[in-house]
Write a new protein. Structure first.
Length: 238
């Protein structure tokens, strides 16, 4: 059984039909990436999974449980963490306090301490700045913090929305190194990323979205070789 299943999901923003029958399956341990132009419905799909948007039709199941009607905090409790677009951190709080907030549903202090240490191992820069106000961090450091905070919930599924947006190439490589590393540790990831070539290079499977619908799905390596995908999203053949 898939860890996550979306079946014929429709989402409306008022009169705007943002998702039009999206069907996606994510197996345990996979990285699945959603590829498409701005406005294709990628971020909307993540927001529907995490309960921030309500589906007008269709179903979303996580570990066989229907998520319809579940509030966002309950979906976090079930094991889904969302790293939102735009590196949203609590600017006036320290790095360490932001990480503590990621574990707000947990009571296992020893486990929380171990996971905080794990985040600092993934992102040594965060440990160096653990007492620093998060709003004073660089954009790349804030992205590291947003990922680390999501991991503090000890999720079974991590949703990542544009983790490389606005970052310098060196930091993009660092973020994708961590994505590979946490996947190797057993994390399942749904990745939305404008850098389609980079996303497909780390993913197992990809879904190409156009105007709110799945246009194409295949293994990620096959999509990288697909001439149509190359022309539309990868800037031509590599």
């Amino acid at each position: 059984m898939s860890l996550l299943d979306l079946e014929n999901v429709h989402v409306h923003y008022g009169a705007i039909h943002a998702l039009k029958g999206v069907t996606i399956a994510v197996d345990p341990g996979q990285i699945v990436t959603l590829v498409g132009a701005n406005g294709a419905g990628k971020s909307t799909t993540l927001r529907a999974i995490s309960g921030l948007l309500k589906c007008s039709q269709g179903s979303i199941h996580f570990q066989g449980k229907a998520l319809a009607g579940c509030p966002a905090h309950e979906i976090v409790r079930l094991g889904i963490s969302h790293v939102p677009e735009g590196r949203i951190v609590f600017a006036n709080l320290s790095v360490e306090d932001n990480l503590e907030l990621g574990a707000y549903l947990r009571r296992d202090r020893a486990g929380i301490a171990a996971d905080r240490k794990r985040v600092y191992t993934l992102f040594p820069r965060l440990e160096e700045r653990r007492r620093q106000a998060s709003g004073t961090l660089s954009g790349g450091e804030q992205q590291m913090l947003a990922i680390g905070r999501a991991l503090m919930a000890r999720p079974k599924l991590l949703l990542m929305d544009e983790p490389s947006l606005g970052l310098a190439p060196l930091l993009v490589r660092e973020i994708f190194r961590v994505i590979r590393e946490i996947r190797e540790q057993g994390m399942t990831i749904v990745l939305v990323e404008q850098n389609a070539r980079m996303a497909l290079s780390v993913a197992d499977r990809g879904y190409v979205l156009e105007t709110g619908a799945v246009r194409l799905t295949d293994r990620a390596d096959a999509l990288l070789r697909n001439p149509e995908v190359q022309a539309a999203y990868l800037g031509g053949a590599a």
